[in-house]
Design a protein around this ligand. Structure first.
Ligand code: ZN
Length: 324
């Protein structure tokens, strides 16, 4: 998904009643203001550096937005979730099949058009299904690709414990209003040793392209963070801390490029940038990170593991050191 652009669908969001939000990693903590997007305040937690929307509309308003308003019709679903994301989703499907060469059960949370799950057709060792709150997108995925898609959000599904070998969330986790609870739910529904793949926009890249004087000069807006659709802006380090709190261990991460939107000239300019940043990421194991996105892989321990154990702490330190 590409949730980066501020959208007219939530233009009236600032008039709605809002609730205070605390850092899902530190709880109530000191914060520093970042700015305002779509009428909603954005702050950075001084404890863990997670950037997030600190006053949100009600949960019902957010669910209503994702169910009915965020994606208007099948044409928008095709453009935003298939055309712009095609190459990236094809690459990620290959990578995720590589995590488990023998195949298994996979759940894609925020499956959008279903184009990612479509990449598993013909791979008989894989049984795949999705969860998608948008009525339009869920229907698109069923009709276009014949997929099994559960309509709604993760917390409404009541999946059985230890029922998936892989859970994916591709450019969607920043939209989750209750990330701590949902991370725990990922852990609960994964089999022991199961893997969680979360794709996030790279924080510095997003801030570079969506804020600053150049952005203000050309757009007249201060931030392109689409608050109200996005609620949390993770880095590899903050995502790893949140996963560790839920008992999941950082395993590895991979570079990803931005969606292929824009005119032909923009896309021509992006190709060499993507190639160079990808090569640099791989050569330095993610220490030099200029990519637009990252795919982070976490693993549920084979045996019960308490938060703060030596292995979880080591994984967290490793990822924090490498965070870009
Ligand atoms: Zn924090």
């Amino acid at each position: 998904m590409d949730h980066s652009s501020d959208q007219p669908a939530i233009a009236n969001i600032s008039s709605k009643k809002k609730a205070r939000v605390h850092c899902p990693i530190c709880g109530p903590n000191q914060t520093s203001p970042v700015g305002v997007s779509n009428g909603l305040p954005i702050v950075t937690c001084q404890g863990c550096n997670l950037m997030y929307v600190s006053e949100c509309p009600s949960m019902d308003d957010t669910l209503e937005l994702f169910r009915k308003e965020h994606m208007k019709d099948s044409r928008s679903t095709q453009v935003a979730y298939v055309d712009h994301r095609k190459k990236s989703l094809e690459r990620e499907a290959v990578r995720i099949r590589g995590l488990l060469p023998q195949g298994g059960r996979l759940l894609d949370v925020g499956t959008a058009s279903g184009f990612f799950l479509r990449q598993f057709h013909g791979h008989r060792d894989w049984q795949v299904e999705g969860v998608e709150p948008s009525r339009v997108s869920a229907q698109f995925a069923r009709q276009q690709f014949g997929l099994r898609v559960h309509e709604g959000v993760l917390s409404e599904q009541n999946f059985r414990a230890s029922s998936y070998d892989v859970v994916c969330s591709l450019d969607a986790f920043g939209c989750h209003r209750q990330p701590h609870e949902d991370m725990q739910e990922f852990n609960r529904i994964l089999t022991p040793g199961g893997q969680l793949a979360i794709e996030i926009p790279r924080h510095r890249f997003r801030m570079m392209t969506g804020s600053g004087w150049l952005y203000r000069t050309f757009t007249g807006r201060s931030l392109r963070l689409n608050a109200g659709v996005n609620f949390f802006y993770y880095t590899r380090a903050t995502l790893t801390q949140l996963a560790a709190l839920a008992g999941l261990e950082f395993k590895e991460s991979h570079p990803e490029s931005m969606p292929t939107s824009g005119n032909r000239l923009t896309q021509l300019a992006r190709n060499p940038f993507d190639r160079v940043s990808d090569a640099l990421y791989r050569a330095t194991h993610g220490r030099r990170n200029f990519c637009a996105k990252e795919l982070c892989i976490f693993q549920k321990p084979h045996s019960p593991c308490h938060s703060g154990s030596s292995s979880t702490t080591a994984a967290l330190q490793n990822s924090t050191l490498r965070a870009g």
